[in-house]
Design a protein around this ligand. Sequence first.
Ligand SMILES: C[S@@+](CC[C@H](N)C(=O)[O-])C[C@H]1O[C@@H](n2cnc3c(N)ncnc32)[C@H](O)[C@@H]1O
Length: 187
Amino acid sequence: MKLKTFPLFKPYLTFVLDNRFRGLFDKVESHLKFMGVKPGMRVLEVGCATGFVTSYLSNLVSGDGFVVSIDVQEKMIKKAKRKRGFLKNTDFRTESATDIKSVKDEEIDLVLLYFSFHEISGKEDAVREFYRVLKPKGILSIREPREEVLKKNRNAYWEYIEKHGFKPAFEAENCDAISCCLKFIKD
Ligand SMILES: C[S@@+](CC[C@H](N)C(=O)[O-])C[C@H]1O[C@@H](n2cnc3c(N)ncnc32)[C@H](O)[C@@H]1O
């Protein structure tokens, strides 16, 4: 089954995602912990926009870890660098999930997508890239709006990712009122 692709989030609307009230309804830190983020990890964040989630990631992987945050829209990365370029263990790059040239094979412990998978055009290529950059037994974690994942596409998501050589993690799914996190391991 083909998964739907949504339009790219507009850079002029990023104030909706990147503001101090978001934390009231989006418990980013606890979601990231479920998604597998741990100190010392090398994380690839796909679809970082202006880096709201990146700040949490940078903090959670701490000094020994590293975060590579990519977005296909250059305007997003420019804004991210302006707002969060000070994060020492983080590198913002303009790059598409479908062709992640700057990341070598098996360099990454965790590939993380926070509300971005549904926007990726060319999901087959993207999942292939996630498999390539992950170390053996590396984690792929996807958080998506619940409406999209559960009501319409729940099984399709699982089948789609498993087809590319991933298997569900031990604690594979965690949903709240607005979203679901799906977690896979590179087999
Ligand atoms: C809804 S925003 C989510 C931003 C961020 N993760 C957050 O939660 O604040 C989705 C982002 O995914 C990015 N995106 C879409 N397709 C992409 C692709 N092929 N490669 C990298 N980023 C992509 C968009 O440009 C957009 O900034």
